[in-house]
Design a protein around this ligand. Sequence first.
Ligand code: CP
Ligand code: NVA
Length: 320
Amino acid sequence: MTDQPPLDIATHVRSFLDLSDAGGHAIAAMINDAQDRKRARRGWPRGKPDTDRPLEGYVLAMVFEKSSTRTRVSFDIAMRQLGGSALILDSGTSQLGRGESIADTARVLSRMADAIMVRTDDHAKIEEMARFAHVPVINGLTDRSHPCQIVADLLTIIEHRKALPGLEVAWFGDGNNVLHSILEAAALMKFNVRVATPAGYEPEAEFVEMARKAGSTVTLTNDADAAASGADVLVTDTWISMGQAHAEEKLAAMEPFRVDAALMAMAKPDAIFLHCLPAHVGDEVSAEVFEGPQSVVFDEAENRIHAQKSVLLWCFGKLG
Ligand code: CP
Ligand code: NVA
């Protein structure tokens, strides 16, 4: 526990705990900037900085309380390309894992690094980090949401020549953290979401309401075919997220929600398939779809770098 009152300095810095922290205009600016930067450095070595080096000398501290491949590598490479650098703390080898408080960790990291990215379980932990930090705090995934992933997903959708307003996005399987951020994005960017889950695995009502209040149509259904019919984008994710128990009952309930060729055939002919990865091919998606021509999952993975650069630039007040 701390003997000091919350500093609340975080109100003066831009943290990115969820997409709404930035808002629709800033997210549009992030996507534009990501496209420009991606185009400008085509063919360059990945570690070579962009010509303007907008974050020269800046250091990002990345705190991982859960596993990661894409988030970890994309933020590291993003910082290098912006002219800065990144370092990693994981709970197993830092004092966080031995019980040092989030409040103290936030204040120490704020004295040593210019921004903090956190991947953790309970969303309240990242809110606590942002409350005590006096540098930007970025959500690299919590049990509640995964906003950085969705900036990359929106960039991928736009690259595949699909305008966001009015887009029909269909989600299949578990109503999880990634879906929550898709629903939040729908509210901000004005697209519609069909959510096909087994009964009992729906997303949190708060996110559904957020999208509906903003004017998006959100359909909750137990019928995968109905959700896929005429959709522009089909999305799924692992049936068992990090930290969740492996439950045979849940896996059995998810079976009718696998994205396979028959489901894909119900969507628009130019529909694309997204998956944040890691994938469990044969479970939430068939090999035919995952490896098929409509799958853009590796564009999506690469776009984590380009999208995370935009998130960082927004956090440092250099965008939006
Ligand atoms: N999609 C995603 O966040 O991947 P990692 O868990 O590998 O970071
Ligand atoms: N829903 C998944 C996303 C992984 C990037 C999880 O939380 O494990």
